[in-house]
Design a protein around this ligand. Structure first.
Ligand code: BGC
Length: 451
């Protein structure tokens, strides 16, 4: 087939990955409806976007002081942190521990024992083994919270499937594991989502920060909602606001996104460990983005449109096109294919021509742009709903952090979707949600001490 025709065909095939403004606005409106369903007592049980209440009503005010521990579990890594909050400064040390896949898919007991062991080792290394410390636990999975220190796991996401935890209180699971060891003294002061941790962490520096967003292994957002809209909360009188963890990754689980889903999305979903669940997340996040690209490349190769019809074992193997490749390939300047060539060589596709490389980049761009637009639709829906004159969105996650154009794509798109007169900005969280966990624990302590 002539080169131009091939190019044309690939571009044509990729059109399914492009969402029109009309479609994006339809997505916003459906999400808005779903957010309201999640918040409302009568519709909450059936809602796909659960809008869980977090029991966090106070953002940091800078007066938080002291030494805190934090745990951060929810992506590919698990982190333990120790944080010292002082006046206008803090210092933080942390260590990353791997979670072997045998633990991710093993028993809940083994997971919590592993966490407690890492925690105890970390405390030894940082000479606080004999101290009694407060801890904030970032646990980034859907939780029905019954208080600041009680959260019932609703479902696992992002490849976790530890048995015996869904339906149980995660804080109790960790407490039991710490008690089984019997060596360290820890007060778990708060359990929170990574979106919440990110919001708190950014709000410490920027008081306009009212949305926390993660575009990493998974996707989710939390925001500050007016208390009169929080039907499910009968909390402290006198407080006007509450943080809501939307769990928007589940948006589309009832078919709401079917009108923009593609054959690649359906395949990613069908071959996942949680088919039918986390539909929006599977169109956006780092756990799935590379695989979406791979499936498109496989289709085009088999149709003879790419690589002279000749693939490679790695190209044909599920999970072998990493999401980081998308960021690398899109980091090449126009007309340059250095990173693209390296990636294709790694995949055993060194026979790729320049026009193959241009096509591969085009596929990556379509998939990542669609993800950025879906996230933008969600953020714009939240900003419009909140109806504040100025909103900062605190953001974390590997896709947002490392993709070269995600920030710009989002900034441009959100600007076209929000109501006139509202201003917004997107702020990268510098220290991750771990510091947010320590801050939530600190705010809880500050309140107990009446500061
Ligand atoms: C989880 C959320 C989390 C998000 C980002 C999703 O899979 O359900 O709780 O915030 O990933 O880590």
């Amino acid at each position: 087939m002539a080169k131009d025709l091939v190019n044309f065909k690939i571009r044509e095939e990729c059109e399914v990955l492009q969402m029109s403004d009309k479609q994006i606005k339809e997505i916003m409106s459906r999400l808005h409806t779903d957010l309201k369903k999640g918040l409302c007592k009568d519709t909450h049980d059936k809602a796909t976007v659960k809008c869980w209440i977090t029991y966090i009503q106070d953002l940091p005010n800078g007066k938080e002081r002291g030494k805190f521990l934090a745990l951060d579990l929810g992506g590919t890594n698990f982190r333990v942190l120790i944080i010292n909050l002082g006046e206008n400064h803090f210092d933080m040390q942390s260590k990353i521990y791997a979670i072997p896949s045998s633990i991710m898919t093993g028993t809940g007991i083994a997971l919590f024992d592993h966490i407690a062991e890492c925690l105890a080792n970390f405390m030894k290394e940082h000479n606080v083994y004999n101290e009694r410390l407060a801890l904030g636990f970032t646990f980034s999975f859907p939780l029905r919270q019954l208080g600041l220190t009680k959260g019932i796991l609703q479902r696992w996401t992002k490849g976790f499937s530890c048995s015996g935890v869904v339906g149980e209180d995660v804080v109790q699971g960790l407490k039991d594991a710490i008690a089984r060891r019997g060596d360290v003294q820890i007060d778990i002061c708060a359990i929170l989502n990574d979106t919440t941790g990110t919001l708190m962490s950014c709000a410490w520096k920027n008081h306009n920060c009212k949305i926390g967003l993660i575009v990493g292994t998974g996707s989710n957002a939390c925001y500050v909602e007016k208390i009169e809209n929080c039907d499910l909360f009968d909390g402290v009188p006198g407080k006007k606001e509450l943080l809501i963890n939307t769990e928007w990754g589940a948006f589309g689980d009832d078919g709401a996104l079917d009108f923009v889903r593609t054959e690649f999305d359906r395949e990613v979903d069908n071959s996942s460990i949680n088919p039918g669940k986390q539909i929006q997340e599977k169109m956006i996040s780092g756990m799935y983005m590379g695989e979406l690209v791979r499936l498109a490349l496989v289709k085009f190769t088999k149709a003879g449109l790419l690589f002279g019809g000749q693939g490679s074992d790695l190209l044909f193997t599920k999970g072998c096109f990493y999401t980081k490749y998308v960021s690398e390939i899109e980091s090449d300047k126009p007309g340059d294919f250095t990173s693209c060539m390296e990636v294709l060589e790694e995949l055993g596709l060194s026979h790729a021509t320049e026009s193959d490389m241009a096509a591969v980049r085009h596929v990556c761009e379509c998939v990542s742009r669609r993800a950025a637009h879906l996230v933008s639709a969600g953020i714009a829906a939240l900003i419009n709903k909140m109806d504040e004159p100025r909103v900062t969105v605190g953001i974390d996650g590997s896709v947002y952090r490392f993709h070269p154009h995600f920030h710009t794509l989002m900034t441009e798109k959100i600007a076209t979707l929000i109501r006139p007169g509202i201003t917004f900005d997107l702020m990268l969280s510098e220290d991750g949600s771990g510091r947010g966990a320590a801050l939530v624990a600190a705010v809880a302590c500050r309140q107990q001490e009446g500061r």
